[in-house]
Design a protein around this ligand. Structure first.
Ligand SMILES: Nc1ncnc2c1ncn2[C@@H]1O[C@H](COP(=O)(O)OP(=O)(O)O)[C@@H](O)[C@H]1O
Ligand SMILES: [Mg+2]
Length: 368
């Protein structure tokens, strides 16, 4: 997948800007707070119709303006495609793909696949499960529009259930109906996540062995409703989930919150059998995230036959020389966007486009 052109109008700190990109490597450089990450956010928006930074679309409209507009030309699945997003205060954003309105984000999923990697991801293993679930979902949603629909449906039903549970005497029949629907969606979501994790694990294991000179065996586990899912019990997921839901019913009524469901699930990472979150050094945790991200790129290729667009946001400055070199050597394929305050670091790449950003404008553009 290749992003050829981006046009921004009253988006973030850009008033009006058109940018053409290199097919391979794009180094977006400039001082802090000039608008480098905003470009990556603009590209990211076209993957699932949502920002990676905010859930409030209005925040992306340039301060003081009522409307914002983005358009993109890209190449995907052997076709030239174009997309447009219209942002307007007080209104829902409008998305178009080849001039056809996109009614649901699931219609967009899979057209432009991106892997985003910024400094905030380096704490993926250390922090709470929310970030890990989000990263997982963003990946699977791009690979499966059906999964995206299931996740949105689950969210809607879970909100309804949560509302109902706050009632002093919740309507039992309605609760049962909701629970039944939630159960079948939960089983589907957990199964999809488990299968995805197994695929990622297979690729990540190889990469981890490579980066650790054969010392470290990486493994991953999916925990669904506090049950560790593995090849022995995965076929039994439906029965296990239903049992768990019944067990949790009483507690949900008492606590008045939704406890059962994939919104509480987690992923665990292990190195040589030791859980990384509790036993790994910070360096090991960072490396595992790096490995994870590279594995995501490879998995996209395996599943779709195309490399996703890789968005590396200010990541090099967070890594030591060894890890920087590893990343550079590993990303030899596909289109890449790298933001950095320092462009010199990338001159060794010997090919690509250098784009200098200042105060929401493309100041200079050189190809080497
Ligand atoms: N809605 C907005 N309208 C105008 N400027 C914005 C808006 N949102 C963010 N900005 C500005 O964008 C700049 C940050 O852009 P960013 O791309 O994150 O910078 P960096 O170059 O450090 O990656 C800041 O100056 C911020 O004030
Ligand atoms: Mg930035």
């Amino acid at each position: 997948m290749i992003v050829e052109k981006l046009k921004l109008k009253n988006f973030r700190n850009y008033e009006e800007q058109e940018i053409e990109f290199d097919k391979r490597i794009n180094i977006i450089y400039g001082n802090n707070a000039q608008g480098k990450t905003n470009i990556l956010e603009a590209i990211y928006l076209f993957s699932l119709g949502k920002s990676n930074r905010t859930s409030k679309d209005v925040e992306m409209i340039k301060f003081g303006e009522e409307k914002g507009e983005l358009s993109i030309d890209f190449f995907s699945k052997e076709r030239n495609l174009s997309g447009q997003i219209f942002l307007e205060k007080g209104k829902r954003k409008k998305i178009f793909l080849n001039d056809i309105p996109v009614k649901k984000n699931s219609e967009l999923a899979g057209t432009l696949n991106v892997v985003f990697f910024g400094p905030e991801y380096l704490s993926l293993i250390k922090e709470g499960p929310k970030k890990r679930r989000k990263n997982l979902d963003v990946m699977i949603c791009q690979l499966s529009p059906l999964y995206l629909s299931a996740v949105s449906e689950f969210k809607k039903l879970n909100e309804q259930k949560s509302f109902l549970l706050k009632d002093e005497r919740p309507d039992k029949t309605l609760l049962e109906v909701l629970n039944e629907k939630i159960l079948s969606l939960s089983i589907y979501i957990s199964k999809m996540r488990y299968e995805y994790i197994k695929k990622i694990e297979k690729i990540a294991k190889e990469i981890q062995l490579e980066i650790s000179a054969g010392e470290e065996i990486l493994s991953m586990s999916y925990i669904s409703n506090r049950i560790r899912i593995d090849e022995k019990n995965v076929d039994n997921l439906s029965v296990l989930s239903e049992k768990r839901m019944v067990e949790l019913n009483g507690r949900e009524m008492k606590m008045r919150e939704c406890i059962f469901g994939p919104h509480r699930d987690d992923i665990e990472f292990f190195i040589n059998g030791n859980e990384l979150k509790s036993f790994g050094s910070q360096g090991q945790q960072k490396t595992a995230v790096l490995v994870q991200k590279i594995a995501e790129i490879e998995l996209f290729f395996e599943e779709t036959g195309e490399y996703p667009v890789l968005l590396l946001d200010d990541i090099m400055s967070e890594l030591d020389t060894k890890r920087q070199e590893f990343v550079i050597n590993k990303i030899k394929k596909g289109q890449i966007f790298i933001t950095s305050t320092d462009s010199e670091k990338f001159e060794s790449l010997k090919a690509g486009k250098f784009l200098k950003i200042e105060k929401g404008r493309l100041l200079e553009c050189t190809s080497i």
